[in-house]
Design a protein around this ligand. Structure first.
Ligand SMILES: CCCCCCCCCCCCCCCC(=O)SCCNC(=O)CCNC(=O)[C@H](O)C(C)(C)COP(=O)(O)OP(=O)(O)OC[C@H]1O[C@@H](n2cnc3c(N)ncnc32)[C@H](O)[C@@H]1OP(=O)(O)O
Length: 176
């Protein structure tokens, strides 16, 4: 399951797309930073900011789901395949205050053809802090064509002419 050329445990994974809400450099984004873990697993952190609120002083549930989704999506780097979220089931266990550093971890639990089953947990303040959120997810393997055929032309054209982006696509898929 872990690709032989996968990043070594502890290695930062970087952004799969500079404009990504989760891992890219969007002003209102999560700014989530992920690292490779053992086997097919990743760890990640993000800090809940005031722009992430739902209720006063508390993170919006959709933002927390996005953090789980992004962490799970980072498993692509370890498998060297491109997968997208088909299903994401989320448990919100504890409210998460603004200012919290959320520590996430995710792992692949099973692969069946194009279907990748995975799970993730987010903890408050430390890797062994109290569990705030959990997710079970199904990701589906796609080809680069999935983005080229469905994405807005403006961004797709820019991505295809950006050597760094093409390099990232190649890290996931041998023939993008
Ligand atoms: C030029 C640019 C380069 C860029 C290079 C880098 C890009 C790197 C991007 C990484 C990004 C990560 C970012 C974070 C993760 C996101 O947030 S991804 C964004 C959110 N997700 C989406 O937008 C996906 C939208 N959905 C779809 O496009 C389609 O439904 C899918 C998921 C591709 C599946 O469609 P499909 O390929 O036609 O597959 P389909 O035959 O329907 O299903 C395949 C199997 O999965 C099962 N399945 C499908 N959906 C479900 C479901 N919801 N529940 C249960 N089972 C399901 C089917 O039953 C089937 O099972 P089997 O029959 O094989 O047993």
């Amino acid at each position: 399951m872990r690709h032989p050329d996968a990043p070594a445990p502890g290695e930062p994974l970087g952004a799969h797309y500079d404009q990504c809400f989760g891992c890219g450099h969007q002003p209102g984004g999560l700014g989530l930073i992920a690292r490779a873990g053992e086997d097919v697993s990743v760890t990640a952190e993000f800090t809940v900011r005031s722009g992430h609120q739902g209720a006063p002083g508390l993170a919006h549930g959709g933002v927390l789901a996005a953090a789980l989704d992004e962490t799970l999506g980072s498993l692509n780097w370890l498998q060297r395949t491109i997968t997208v979220t088909g299903r994401l089931e989320t448990d919100f266990v504890r409210p998460v205050p603004v200012g919290t550093e959320l520590h996430l971890e995710a792992q692949v639990t099973a692969v069946h053809g194009r279907k990748v089953y995975c799970s993730a947990t987010g903890r408050i303040g430390a890797p062994d802090g109290p569990v705030a959120v959990r997710a079970q997810a199904l990701f589906i393997e796609v080809r680069v064509d999935h983005f080229i055929e469905n994405g807005r032309a403006e961004e797709i054209d820019a991505a295809l002419t950006d050597p760094d982006q093409v390099k990232v696509a190649r890290a996931f898929e041998v023939n993008p």
